[in-house]
Design a protein around this ligand. Structure first.
Ligand SMILES: [Zn+2]
Length: 264
């Protein structure tokens, strides 16, 4: 045995899925999480997008020690802020909750009005500060406004841009604010050269991998129902574009996830 780094990188790589959505039914979720464990995924973060899915994420995180929960309102559901926020706020204090969100701005779909999205985003940023939890950001076609709101409210010390879809410029803007970039199966898509360039440019201590399952299955599973087991494919793709050993990328992404979600 030589030093720690050699020892850990000599063994089979293990992974963390920093962002997934698991079934509300615990038995269904168990099957999927067990399959991920079998593929080398050590733990995962189950992300809430409204009150029912946040409640389910917290329940699952109490049922399994390899699942952690987030609590939040997706920008699509921002219109529910007034009726769901009091319960979400209370739920967010649960010991198994490691982050607030996903929250942010989605001007691609705009399922909720832009003003409601901005108000909900500000509320999530405030709660992340208040509880000193990580903040999980969803942003789509809204980079400028996302940065403007973040800068005005103050960037929480643990902030993640989930399913990062920008290029090197946006990656630089995020990193300058101390944020982390979580790469999804999009890095394996043919038309995603910009995202791959961002994955190359990202500093080694700012990179995470995620599935965003059940969405965005990576190549070679595109079109199928995604699941956390396939974060391994994302990790391999990130390693390939960064021209680094898979074991190294597994280690740096796991260390970043530990720091973001499990460090006090
Ligand atoms: Zn998501």
């Amino acid at each position: 045995m030589t030093d720690d780094r050699d020892a850990s990188e000599a063994s089979t790589p293990t992974w963390v899925d920093s962002h997934c959505h698991l079934p509300v039914d615990v038995a269904d979720a168990d099957v999927i999480v067990d399959r991920a464990r079998g593929a080398g995924v050590e733990w995962m973060v189950c992300v809430g997008t409204d009150l029912p899915t946040s409640l389910a994420a917290v329940a699952l995180a109490h049922h399994r020690d390899d699942v952690f929960a987030t609590v939040g309102l997706h920008p699509h559901d921002a219109v529910h802020l007034a009726d769901q926020w009091p319960d979400l706020r209370a739920l967010a204090t649960d010991s198994r909750v490691v982050a607030i969100g996903e929250a942010g701005l989605d001007h691609h779909y705009e399922h909720s009005p832009a003003l409601d999205q901005a108000e909900a985003f500000r509320a999530h940023i405030g709660l992340a500060h208040e509880l000193d939890r990580a903040l999980v950001i969803h942003t789509r076609e809204a980079w400028e406004e996302t940065f403007t709101i973040l800068d005005a409210e103050g960037v929480p010390r643990r902030t993640i841009f989930h399913c990062f879809t920008g290029g090197p410029d946006e990656a630089g803007e995020c990193v300058a604010r101390g944020a982390y970039l979580s790469f999804s199966g999009i890095v394996t898509f043919k038309n995603a050269a910009d995202v791959r360039a961002a994955a190359v440019a990202a500093p080694p201590d700012r990179v995470l991998v995620e599935t965003d399952s059940p969405f965005l299955a990576p190549v070679p599973y595109r079109g199928q129902t995604n699941e956390p087991a396939w974060v391994v494919e994302v990790g391999f793709a990130v390693a390939a574009v960064r021209d680094q050993p898979v074991e190294h990328v597994a280690r740096i992404t796991t260390e970043a996830a530990d720091l973001l979600f499990r460090a006090k």
